[in-house]
Write a protein of this length. Sequence first.
Lengths: 607, 607
Amino acid sequence: MIKRWLVGDPLKTSQAAGQRLSKTLALAIFSSNNISSVAYATEEILLVLVLAGTAALTLSIPISLAILFLVFVLTISYRQIIYEYPEGGGAYAVAKTNLGEFPALIAAGALIISYIVTVAVSVAAGIAALTSAIPSLFVHREALGLVAIIFMIIMNLRGIRESGKFFSIPTYFAIGVLSLLVAVGVIGSLYKLTPVPPAMPIGAPVEGPESLTFFLVLRAFAVGCSAVTGMEVISNGVKTFRYPESKNAATTILWMSVILGSLFIGISWMAYYHGIVPKADETVVSQLAHLTFGTGVLYYAVQIGTMLLLILAANSAFAGFPQLASILARDGFMPHQMTTFGDRLVFSNGIIILGFFAGLLLVIFKGDTHALIPLYAIGVFVSFTLSQSGMVKRWFEKKGSHWRKKFCVNGVGAVTTGIATIIIASTKFTEGAWIVFFLVTILIMMFRGIRSHYKAVAEQISLDRRGNRPPLPRKNVVVIPISGINQAVIRAVDYARSRPGEIRAVYVDLDPEESAKVKIQWAQWGGGINLIALPSPYRSVVGSFLAYIEELLKNEPDIWVTVVIPEILPAHWWQNILHNQRALMLKGALLFKERVILMDVPFHLTR
Amino acid sequence: MIKRWLVGDPLKTSQAAGQRLSKTLALAIFSSNNISSVAYATEEILLVLVLAGTAALTLSIPISLAILFLVFVLTISYRQIIYEYPEGGGAYAVAKTNLGEFPALIAAGALIISYIVTVAVSVAAGIAALTSAIPSLFVHREALGLVAIIFMIIMNLRGIRESGKFFSIPTYFAIGVLSLLVAVGVIGSLYKLTPVPPAMPIGAPVEGPESLTFFLVLRAFAVGCSAVTGMEVISNGVKTFRYPESKNAATTILWMSVILGSLFIGISWMAYYHGIVPKADETVVSQLAHLTFGTGVLYYAVQIGTMLLLILAANSAFAGFPQLASILARDGFMPHQMTTFGDRLVFSNGIIILGFFAGLLLVIFKGDTHALIPLYAIGVFVSFTLSQSGMVKRWFEKKGSHWRKKFCVNGVGAVTTGIATIIIASTKFTEGAWIVFFLVTILIMMFRGIRSHYKAVAEQISLDRRGNRPPLPRKNVVVIPISGINQAVIRAVDYARSRPGEIRAVYVDLDPEESAKVKIQWAQWGGGINLIALPSPYRSVVGSFLAYIEELLKNEPDIWVTVVIPEILPAHWWQNILHNQRALMLKGALLFKERVILMDVPFHLTR
């Protein structure tokens, strides 16, 4: 079967432990989203600062250091969260147990939006890199994006281990070449090993269109904060690690932060050292790679690595979203189907839903998802702030060993991410950050609507406490709709006759000649069962029959009606189009009537 | 309901007589296809003749006279057919009763192809006229074409009378302005009332790329034969006329022929008289309208009338195809659904199917259906020849009053249309006429495949001649799949317990903790019914349950299994997405198993 070929053979529940991730694999899966931001974070800072002239670019160093501090704080904070919440869940779980339902749903909504946007933006970025290399593919960018998303869905449905293995090669390649760039660049510059080419003469400072205000510096910080997005992913996926889960996850987040921090500060320092000015047609990383490696193989390795890393950022979302959705579904805030653990021990429905909505975004924005980037950072920072605040409250109430130290760490985390959230929201509000507030509101309404539906269902189907069984209607009337007399009908009649109850066969009279024939045959074959001929002025067999059933239910309020449908089933499925779809229409219409029990008596054709 | 708004309230069977068509309405519906050909028939003849130079254009007069003769012969022939076959059916019915099944199916296949092509070509021609007036709509031509087809489907589903009334206004408008053009043009020229403008000086004859061979003349005749297409439509729709059907239909075909003949010969004569040479950027009719009416309102009236007529030609096919399809279905050659007489006393499925395939053609050919025109003429002429030949055989065998005269008329018809068919096929073979032979072969195979399927079904479900009832399996086992214990389950259990037979409840064990709870609850509520817990190493509830049923059927070859499904039905249909689709998947999978009876016990939620 095609599904088996795409997704692989099903795995047993007992194989779950074998699907757990080693630290190396987990780092590849969870870090791509986070580390990929080094490809653009420094550039985003410089792009804001340059508005105040090239002289302002030197401010990139203190801003980068501030962001590095944020990385440091978040790392320690999230390590504490990982140990406290080995079940995973990140911001939602932390906010729910410590701050209450409403903040938890805000965190969940914000995270869901950023996961979906991550996939759309990463895929669009990857496709943009491809189409700038091969311009003839540009007209197909939407289709290519959808193919990439479908590929990611399939790889992730194959199981987290398998997708991790597959995607770890490009991830480590990218980390490798970027580390080489930073190492060669920084060491070479410090020891003057590489000649600084004269391409960047530090001439007279160029004036910018804006003046260097404090607000501009804040804006630069806000855009630079995109560097820390993705730090939360590991905390959502603790359960996917091998035993001891928390310890391994904590180690992995430390590795990830060290890599992120050194690459980010290294690139920012190099840009400062070489006096890089952001250009419209070349990225900062590309400029640095040119300066460090010239135009050789290594330059292209950096470019390809960056592109791969940007695409793979989507994969972190495929690891995080299904976990979050399943936790929400367990709490009744998402459809139960999200908890279905698929063939390959992943939450298949979550993977498919994430891919679907990311694809929808890609199609709506026609492959140009740059406008979505603000949505993404704000969602992440809202969840950061809520999870840190939740931990602050937790330590204060729970106390425990070293609680004051932990309280301080998460407190500093809450305050810094809170400030960052306010800065991002206020500087980016008109650029689209308001959409996040709007969407989160919609999502919270949806979460609550779903839960109230499930609650209403649970109440309605719950058993009587005193142990009373709900009474069944007094009497059962069996109705057999027939359109002629044949073996299938006889089989249904005989089956119905083998049980107690009043039986009626019902025939819709379309043609007097045909009706007379049916009546004669019924006398021979009907087994004494009453045959009722229904008039049908509008020639609708299904309509006349439904009207009869409705009449019956109305006139006798305490009966059940069991409709026995003699169904002829062709030997091959495609032969179905040659048969009237009346049985199907009848079943569809009767399913939603109360006190009607449907019964299919099949007659299988063999050719 | 939206359907009622689009299509109108249902009509009673007893209202059928009131839906019959007057001659005026019938002429509008059935003639548009036929008369619309005057818009291009003369031009097609001239386009072939001009290949041999402008001097050859004078041959258009004898060729047009030959075609006029064809119109004359076909009119008398079809009037005879209409009186002989008041039930309608045209070529298929005539060929079937006189020539046998195979020729009849050839006629049916050829007619079906030409109906579908008529719709696609007419709509494409109309849209082309529109987009040449408003070029910005060109990129939307496929969508516009589909909208036009959907509009025609809806209008025709409203009933033949209503669509006839609606479309008769533009049809009569078009016939009116074209008649005015011919009358003013011919009378004016003969009596020199209108000045012949000097636009057309008869200069030295221009040489053409080909020489004037007999084959070229035949080609000109072949393309001119497109003028008579559509003559068969009335013979297919005799039953839609008011009483006396045959007489009214015969009168209508006479009117149609008179209009067609005079317009066609008039236009040909005017083109000859004015020495019109076909141009790439202006149609012959447009040139004649310019010469006759200048550039005033009447000129535009002719242009708009021609365009409307071309689009409305599609409507004749919507009147003819459903009739033919229903006759084929009654004989078992098409799916039975084609005989369904819809709400508005039309064969709704035929209308929809025709629209669907015409839309498909339009999309496949991207709105440029010019290549399809040869397909269309050949289909029509094949059916002409077969129906005339059938009548020849009929008169010879049946004799009757004046049979020799009738024999001769149809004989001349058979010979002339036969020759025309051969000419069209041989001159157009490489241009696409071969596709018709290919498609007709496919259709015949389909017709026969459908009939043999229906025959096989009829044999399999037919009753035993000796009156023996087919034996029922000996024993009935009732299986209730449950996923927990709630009111819906209890109701299903109680319903099952109210009838005799062995009952088992089956539960798929996914989680040991949950299972233990279910077992305890079952002890209280299960009513003594055995609860079987199924292991599910791959976590597939539906899969495990199906495996259990299959095992049961295999181990006990003489039992029935009645699967009682406790089904929770939400109060609103959209709430269905919040519930596991297990019941639906289960029903889908079990429907195709032999000896399994499905039973839905519904539990309706109220909120």
